[in-house]
Design a protein around this ligand. Structure first.
Ligand SMILES: [Zn+2]
Length: 55
């Protein structure tokens, strides 16, 4: 799905395919994002399930 593997911002672990993640991102200002993957790579921060539950 991503060119670069996303990592958890807490433990820096790579997010595995199919893993449940919690995502923090800015809601897009523009309507109709054509390149959602690029947007997510630039704007989204992922937290893995384990770290999220430990917060
Ligand atoms: Zn984590």
């Amino acid at each position: 799905m991503f060119n670069e593997k996303p990592i958890c911002i807490v433990c820096k672990k790579e997010i595995a395919d199919g893993e449940i993640v919690h995502m923090k991102m800015r809601y897009p200002k523009k309507r109709g994002i054509t390149e959602i993957k690029a947007y997510l790579r630039d704007e989204a921060q992922f937290t893995c399930e384990a770290c999220f539950e430990n917060q």
